[in-house]
Design a protein around this ligand. Structure first.
Ligand code: SF4
Length: 164
């Protein structure tokens, strides 16, 4: 950092910064640096030791976990229309804090969003009564506006019942 500051042309910092960016964009490319034509070749240590090249930091994406319960009644699954910011307006399966004892775990699905990775642990519960407001057959769910992750959950459910 100190070395970089010492090198800056204090009279023309804009030109200096622009020149460094141009070198980075045109000459000092990570895979094939053009050291022979680079104006920094006499002072640069990177050409002798490529491990000194700055490398891009790998972005660490946080992971979120959810429990999802498919509440099945009369061969239909309960769904709710999301009203929160996340996936607003789309129909989705019910998120629960703790799965019911009677619910059967059928597996998990993962989905990568820009800012986080979502892992959904999926449970199926055969309800004896109509406990929720909206129930749909799997064919009807295919016609609803649902998120990619709920589509994956539906596929997991269909794969599971086909293996019975
Ligand atoms: S001399 Fe240094 S700054 Fe110039 S291209 Fe080679 S490694 Fe990059």
């Amino acid at each position: 950092m100190e070395i970089a500051y010492d090198l800056v042309d204090k009279e023309n910092p804009f030109d200096y910064n622009q020149a460094m960016m141009d070198i980075g964009a045109t000459l000092c490319t990570p895979k094939n640096p053009s050291c022979d034509t680079c104006p920094l070749r006499d002072i640069c240590q990177g050409q002798e030791n490529p491990t000194l090249y700055p490398t891009k930091k790998k972005r660490v994406v946080p992971t979120r976990e959810q429990n999802i319960m498919l509440c099945v009644y009369n061969d239909k699954i309960s769904m709710t229309q999301r009203s929160g910011k996340f996936l607003h307006g789309l129909w989705g399966f019910e998120e629960i804090d703790v799965p019911l004892c009677a619910a059967e775990y059928i597996g998990e699905v993962t989905h990568a969003y820009t800012h986080f990775k979502l892992i959904c642990k999926v449970y199926v519960y055969d309800a004896l009564d109509k406990e929720q407001e909206h129930y749909f057959s799997t064919q009807e769910i295919r016609k609803l506006a649902i998120s990619k992750v709920d589509d994956k959950i539906l596929n997991l459910f269909l794969d599971t019942i086909h293996t019975y």
